[in-house]
Design a protein around this ligand. Structure first.
Ligand code: XIL
Length: 386
């Protein structure tokens, strides 16, 4: 009896510790969470204005990323995209390993389905991405290397494969902007050009940089040259961006990227991904945007998502409003390339649904962040509040 009592007390205290609470009250049956409503009640999609109308009235575009599986599976995604966004980026479908097969054939069938629907809805497309260290068709590139007679021939084959990829992409897709070079700088705190991928897993080994004269810078120069020449060849116009992450808190990387853009007339835009969190300070946002504006190029926030950081009092809604506010205050209208969220619903965030980094919850209901951004843009836009 005594042992049983002791065991129960021990168990209760272990449970209390496991829950991180110093609480001796008897356990209470937790209230189950509200069931997720499958329809979209009180959605932003019922509102008179979408975020895009308000953003346009403020002189900027607002965008969102989505993937093929979300597009085919989530009806609500389509409603939200039509109502709230005017530009889109495909999460994976225009990357090298999605377009080029292991044997080197090129297929546009998946992104074409997405493009067709986006065009019907009047959504403009950002092409992501022509040059990256990740998600490359390594099987095909390795075959080219293995097949080459010597190192020079291998390098020529890889350079040619990249130029061909850029040419075919630019010929095929009509976009308002291309992420031409993505994540070309290292995380060494010195703003060096990167010379490896973030992981050595298949498809993520950084091959391109090793085969261009001048390393990764040579690769970037060639990528921009190829893109510019292809636009001219096919009579098209699009902004050509160099894009990277951590620019809001890595000043050396920011400086290298901006200097590179300033020194290369083929670059017409600088992009900051902003996979940030709520700990980010206003000063960090301001410093980044001011340096980007100084390049004289278009300035775009290309992959925004805002999970909670470590400071509990900072809110996602407030930080998102601050980012838009600083963007509108610091970036002159002629330089605005817009702000794109990396996802629509928390359910599909690449960071994991539990991070809740986006404007819409798992059931595509607008969150407080949506409401506050809406209110901020509405106020600034001067549009009819009725
Ligand atoms: C991510 C996609 O969202 C994921 O679905 C994929 O598994 C990995 O890539 N920087 C970029 C984007 O430029 O292409 C990445 O997208 C996120 C980080």
């Amino acid at each position: 009896m005594k042992t049983n009592l002791w065991l129960s007390l021990l168990l209760a205290s272990v449970l209390a510790c496991a829950c991180g609470k110093d609480d001796t009250r008897p356990p209470v049956t937790p209230t189950p969470p509200d069931p997720v409503d499958p329809v979209v009640p009180d959605s932003g999609t019922d509102a008179k204005w979408g975020l895009k109308d308000l953003a346009q009235a403020c002189g900027m575009v607002i965008g969102a990323e989505y993937t093929y599986s979300e597009y085919t599976q989530d009806k609500q995604l389509q409603e939200v995209l039509k109502h709230d966004f005017d530009v889109v980026t495909f999460g994976n479908e225009m990357k090298h390993d999605n377009i080029v097969s292991g044997s080197g054939t090129i297929s546009f069938s998946r992104p074409d389905q997405m493009v067709g629907w986006a065009n019907d809805c009047g959504l403009k497309l950002c092409g992501h991405t022509l040059g990256w260290h990740s998600q490359q068709q390594t099987d095909y590139l390795q075959t080219l290397i293995d097949r080459a007679a010597d190192a020079d021939a291998a390098a020529a084959a890889i350079r040619d494969a990249h130029a061909t990829f850029v040419d075919k992409m630019v010929e095929h897709f009509d976009v308002y902007a291309w992420d031409v070079v993505n994540e070309a700088f290292a995380d060494d705190g010195m703003g060096s050009w990167r010379n490896s991928g973030n992981t050595e897993a298949k498809y993520h080994v950084f091959l391109w940089g090793n085969y261009f004269e001048g390393g990764t810078k040579g690769f970037a120069d060639a990528a921009f040259r190829s893109a510019k020449e292809a636009l001219a060849r096919y009579g098209k116009k699009a902004d050509l961006y160099i894009n990277d992450y951590n620019l809001e808190w890595n000043p050396a990387k920011l400086e290298s990227l901006c200097k590179y853009a300033e020194g290369n007339p083929d670059v017409t835009g600088v992009g900051s991904q902003m996979h940030c969190n709520t700990d980010l300070s206003v000063d960090a946002i301001r410093n980044m945007l001011m340096r980007m504006v100084k390049t004289g190029k278009k300035v775009r926030i290309s992959e925004l998502d805002v999970p909670q950081g470590s400071i509990p009092t900072n809110s996602q809604a407030d930080l998102i409003v601050t980012i838009f506010d600083q963007y509108l205050k610091i970036v002159p209208e002629a330089q605005r390339g817009g702000i794109t969220f990396w996802g629509v619903s928390d359910k599909n965030s690449w960071l994991g649904a539990n991070k809740e980094p986006l404007l819409f919850d798992a059931a595509y209901r607008p969150k407080e962040s949506y409401d506050k951004l809406y209110a901020y843009l509405l106020d600034r836009s001067g549009l009819d509040k009725e």
